[in-house]
Design a protein around this ligand. Structure first.
Ligand SMILES: Nc1ncnc2c1ncn2[C@@H]1O[C@H](COP(=O)(O)OP(=O)(O)OP(=O)(O)O)[C@@H](O)[C@H]1O
Length: 225
């Protein structure tokens, strides 16, 4: 069974006098354990497709399956719950909550889950230690370097051990050493049987991917590698 399936998923943005088909009938099957890189020019529709896959943007038409589940058939509350449990999101600008410190940011996904305070704390501390953030626990994001902010964003995305991680240009603001670390963490995570989908211009990410897909004007094709 495929982990994620889309069938002719489409996104049309229409603001009166201007109509853009950002994602145009994309049909895609993703297997457990795959790290997929989605490449393509600026404006080709990568972010829009990621948001659709992440349960954040209801497609204009087409279907999305996670195994047997169809997230967009769920009520808003159930969709939020589904996302919290199954999908970790990483943004190019990290999007840490500015008034929460490192540990609070990392454990923020717990709000949507049924976990005891002890479980939340233990999970957060485990992630803090695996991402070497022990000396930064009480720092606010503004006091962190880009690499540290990205590690916090990654720890937050992994907090619920989601079966899918979706990352939009995750290495765009990182130097090469930090990019390598991020990529190897995500590659390992995929190899444990999860799905990792990354929109990227970064050759390092493309090289690490099991499959490269290219977006062109909203359409997706296998990239020539
Ligand atoms: N909310 C929106 N309303 C109207 N048009 C939009 C909206 N979001 C995206 N678009 C348009 O959809 C197209 C695809 O945009 P998208 O952000 O998905 O591209 P991208 O490949 O991720 O680009 P980049 O690499 O620059 O992030 C673009 O033409 C963009 O202007």
């Amino acid at each position: 069974m495929h982990a994620i399936n889309t069938k002719e998923i489409t996104q049309v943005f229409d603001n009166g006098n201007h109509r853009v088909t950002a994602v145009d009938k994309v049909t895609l099957q993703i297997h457990q354990g795959e790290l997929i890189a989605i490449t393509g020019r600026s404006g080709s529709g990568k972010s829009t497709l990621l948001y659709q896959l992440a349960g954040l943007l209801h497609p204009s038409s087409g279907t999305l399956h996670y195994g047997e589940n169809q997230p967009y058939k769920l009520s808003t509350n159930k969709l939020n719950q589904f996302r919290a449990e199954h999908i970790g999101m990483i943004y190019p600008d990290f999007r840490l909550l500015p008034y929460l410190n490192v540990i609070e940011n990392i454990q923020s996904p717990s709000l949507a889950l049924n976990m005891t305070d002890d479980e939340v704390k233990q999970r957060a501390l485990d992630l803090i230690s695996s991402f070497s953030l022990q000396d930064r626990v009480n720092h606010l994001p503004s006091a962190l370097s880009s690499g540290e902010q990205q590690r916090v964003a990654l720890a937050r995305a992994l907090f619920t051990s989601p079966s899918t991680i979706i990352a939009d240009e995750p290495t765009g603001n990182l130097d090469e050493a930090n990019s390598h670390k991020l990529i190897s963490t995500l590659k390992n995570y995929a190899e444990q049987g999860n799905v990792v989908i990354i929109a990227t211009h970064d050759p390092l990410v493309m090289k690490a991917a099991d499959r490269q897909l290219q977006m062109k004007q909203g359409q997706l094709s296998q990239a020539l590698t």
